[in-house]
Design a protein around this ligand. Sequence first.
Ligand code: HEM
Length: 151
Amino acid sequence: MSAAPQALIFDLLEQTDHPLLKRSLAAVALDPDAFAALFYAKVFESKPGMRVLFPADMAQQRMKLIQTLGVVIASIDSPDALVPVLRQLGAAHRGYGAKTVHYQFVADALIAALSETLGPEWSPDMELAWQRLLQWVSMHMIAGADAANRA
Ligand code: HEM
């Protein structure tokens, strides 16, 4: 990838978002399993067709996305190190049946679950911070899937 698009992608992450992201994830960490259950319920409620892509028993699955977001937010101050990890995760998602369009559904469900979990603590600034983060994460995962498709 040339220097210019890399810089553009990087610019989507705002330093001022970091405390908001960390604060909202701390609220999720009070009961991560309940949060994960709420998130997947929202995904399958809005897009029932996505249920078949996931295992019947969601106990293991519940933590995976949340754990990954924890890692992303913990490393957010040096995001360039995350890019290859996200590209690889995106390439692996081809095998799970994930399509580009699904990423927006996942982001919407995650933001809805965060808003419900945080209640009065949730704010428009937090929502924007999560939208930016999830757009950045999805972009790198999709780029990793596209590159693997071309290889
Ligand atoms: C924010 C974006 C996403 C993140 C951070 C994420 C994270 C993860 C992680 C960490 C795993 C565990 C397996 C692995 O490490 O490869 C996983 C599995 C999986 N993800 Fe995602 N994911 C995301 C988006 C999506 C989307 C858009 C779909 C759409 C269908 C999806 C469907 C799945 C499925 C079906 C599995 C495997 C379930 C199984 O058979 O065990 N994910 N995801």
